[in-house]
Ligand binder design. Structure first.
Ligand SMILES: [Zn+2]
Length: 101
């Protein structure tokens, strides 16, 4: 005898992770929305070099990044104009994506 079980999955609308329980999906949506308020800089998809330089400087979230001026960034060890350009580009792309959401 073959039992056909209907499996319902619940998806977090923000990160697309799937859950068997609705509560878990809701919990994930809550956590994801918190994260969206001040996401980790990893959401920018920076090169690992730039990412690590920011992490070392204690910049973990986009809010912290926005509070840091360009000249402060350029004062960081090994953080050059190239990294700054990359950062601006990725940040712009990220914010454009948010607007189109
Ligand atoms: Zn989620």
């Amino acid at each position: 005898m073959i039992l056909e079980t209907q499996i319902t999955i619940y998806v977090c609308s923000l990160c697309q992770r799937t859950y068997k329980l609705k509560e878990d999906a809701k919990k994930c949506e809550y956590l994801c929305s918190k994260l969206l308020e001040s996401p980790d800089i990893s959401v920018l998809g920076l090169t690992s070099r730039t990412y690590n330089l920011l992490k070392i400087a204690g910049i973990d979230t986009l809010d912290e990044l926005r509070e840091t001026t360009d000249s402060q960034l350029l004062n960081l060890k090994r953080f050059g104009q190239g990294a700054l350009n990359e950062l601006h580009q990725k940040l712009q792309r990220y914010e454009a994506k948010l607007k189109n959401h």
